[in-house]
Design a protein around this ligand. Structure first.
Ligand code: B1M
Length: 213
């Protein structure tokens, strides 16, 4: 991997948003694409943060500071991501974190990657009851409903969303996708999802696959 991407990933552990933003700008100036910077630099870095936390090498305040670096870098990248890949058709994705769950760092990354791939993304936020996903999907004429859950205790809201979606009259086939750290493919497919993805980059591949794009 390019040295600048290594530096970028590592910068999330320096807890200095301005240093991360500076490196993003440097990578852009060196000709790297926004998608590449997001995937190889920022998401790669956030994955490392997750592993360090899991191993007890860092604590929550550090995770928050890394997330702050990520958010500031995303603000710079977002407008550029939109222009990079226009080949994703006229697909609208409604995405949110399910009821009882306020984790949104991963969901925000997924939303950003999907936007970057040219999809229209409507982010309904966190702690969203199943019915709110359906309401938003109708309101925005969504083609995809994406549910994120980070807690094993909130995973059961996902099949509720899938169940309500099957009952709803959207006037078209709406695909349901699940994701989040405790979620896995077999469980997703057995519980009403049309697809599962384990990270933000593969969420893009998944949605493209579901619509033959
Ligand atoms: Co919480 N938390 N947390 N937490 N937290 C976890 C998830 C936990 C694993 C920590 C632990 O105990 N080791 C644990 C869950 C255990 C379990 O149920 N399996 C846990 C717990 C227990 C809790 C509380 C209950 C703690 C308490 O209060 N006792 C509480 C619950 C609050 C609530 O939601 N009601 C809680 C609270 C919090 C904070 C608020 C402090 C904070 C969240 C801040 C925020 O999100 N704004 C927080 C954090 C930061 C974490 C950890 C440390 C990091 C999560 C994260 O952001 N990871 C986490 C431990 C860990 O993961 N190591 C932990 C980085 C992010 C990029 O990865 O979210 O996995 P991730 O997203 C990935 C993929 O999962 C996937 O793509 C993303 C990008 O690649 N993905 C999708 C996610 N959504 C997707 C949707 C898709 C497709 C892919 O399609 C729709």
């Amino acid at each position: 991997m390019a040295e600048i991407m290594e530096e970028l990933a590592g910068s999330l552990l320096e807890y200095d948003p301005s240093a991360t933003v500076k490196l993003v700008q440097q990578a852009l100036d060196e000709g790297y694409g926004a998608n590449e910077i997001l995937k190889d630099g920022l998401i790669n870095g956030m994955d490392r943060v997750g592993v360090l936390f899991k191993n007890g090498d860092i604590y929550l305040p550090e995770v928050f500071m890394s997330a702050e670096c990520l958010q500031e870098a995303l603000a710079l990248l977002k407008p550029l991501l939109k222009g990079e890949d226009g080949g994703s058709g006229n697909i609208t994705v409604v995405i949110g974190t399910v009821e009882g769950d306020i984790h949104d760092i991963g969901k925000n990354l997924v939303a950003t990657m999907l936007e970057g791939a040219g999809f229209k993304v409507v982010d309904i936020g966190v702690n969203m009851p199943a019915a709110e996903f359906i309401k938003a999907a109708k309101e925005h004429k969504a083609d995809v409903i994406g549910c994120s859950a980070l807690l094993t205790t909130t995973m059961p809201v996902m099949p509720e969303v899938a169940y309500l979606a099957k009952q709803a009259d959207f006037g078209k086939d709406v695909k349901i996708i699940f994701g989040g750290a405790p979620v896995f493919e077999k469980w997703s497919l057995e519980n009403g999802a049309d697809g599962y993805s384990e990270d933000a980059a593969s969420a893009v591949t998944l949605v493209k696959r579901l619509f033959n794009l």
